[in-house]
Write a protein that binds this ligand. Sequence first.
Ligand SMILES: [Zn+2]
Length: 171
Amino acid sequence: MIIQANAVVSVRYILHSSQGMDQDRTLVEESNEENPLTFLVGSGQLIPGFERNMLGLTIGDSFSFSLACDEAYGNLDQEALVRVPDEMFKQDGILDLEILRIGNMVPLLDRDGNQLVARVAGIDGTEVLLDFNHPLAGHDLHFSGSILSVRNATEEEIEHGHSHGPGGHSH
Ligand SMILES: [Zn+2]
């Protein structure tokens, strides 16, 4: 069968990213036969641009396509860069230098108690610049891989709005 709405698809793929005019590509993630990506088409589990490029393919087909950042995780939002006092990273008055490192992802709670993750983008004196953008915001994505399996979703999967693994049993 071909890939269409309400199909459960397993793929192996390699994802690279690049930024702007820069031709350099960075490996983001890789998924192989032992650890395939399995998803229910049309459920919104994946970014729409990825699913769109899967439609009409069938088992054994390979794919290679790029998505511009606005089709993927969006453009970098300057308003998602926030300066906070380094007090936030003090435990008993001492800076936690294990956590407070440029590039580290730090878990935070917002005013409503929701969990957020920010990247430490800079440290300037007693101020810390936190970046709440998705790590792939502003990146173009380059996917290549192949289709490992395609099957019809079970009624339960359609009801739940997600796939239940390649064999349809696990949850
Ligand atoms: Zn479920």
